[in-house]
Design a protein around this ligand. Sequence first.
Ligand code: ZN
Length: 203
Amino acid sequence: MKIFCIGRNYAQHAKELGNAIPDEPIIFAKPPTALLKDGAPFYHPDFSDDIHHEAEIVVRIAKNGKHIDPKFAHKYYDHLTIGIDFTARDLQSRLKTKGHPWEIAKGFDGSAPIGQFVALSTLPAVNNIGFTLLKNGQPVQNGNTANLLFDFDTIISYISKFFTIQQGDLIFTGTPEGVGRVQIGDVLEGFIGEQKLLHCEVK
Ligand code: ZN
C-alpha cells in the first residue's frame, strides 16, 4: 500500500505559505507506517515544535492501473474520506531552505490519520465536496473540492505516469488554507459535509 500526497493543490493555501501556484501536480509519498486508522491517537513527536494539521480529502484506489487517461481515471476510485497530512513545518522549512527532500517532515510515524471511508455514490458531485476540520470544537479549515487546482482525475492520471497505482493505495489530495499548529491535548475532528468521519487526539 502506498500513500501519495499532493502539495499546493489549493491556491489559498499556497498563498498562505508564500508558495507559487504550481503548473503541474506536486507529488510526494508517505510510507505505510505513517497511517493512523480507527480513531487512533497521534503521539506528538519530540523532533518538532511546530506540527501542523493539513486537512485533506483522501481518495482510495479501487483497482490497479498504469498510464491512466484522465477520462478513465474516475473508474479507479470509489471511496473517499478525510485525513490529516501532519507536517513538521519547522523541519520542512529548514529542509526546503537547503533544497533537500522534505521526507522526514512529512512521512514520519503517525503522520497520516484517516477517517472512515464513504462510498462516492453517497456524496454530492465529486467536484463539489465540502469538508471541515474542527480543532477543540472550533472550525479551523473549510475546503471544497471545487477549489482544487488539479482534480482527482488529473492527479490519478499524472501519478500513474510514474507509479503503478494499486488497489488500496491512498491519495491525500491537498489542503485548503487554515493550516496551523497542534499541541498535546488537542482534539481534531474531520467532516465531509455534515458527516463526522475522523477523530484524532494529540497525545
Ligand atoms: Zn498536505
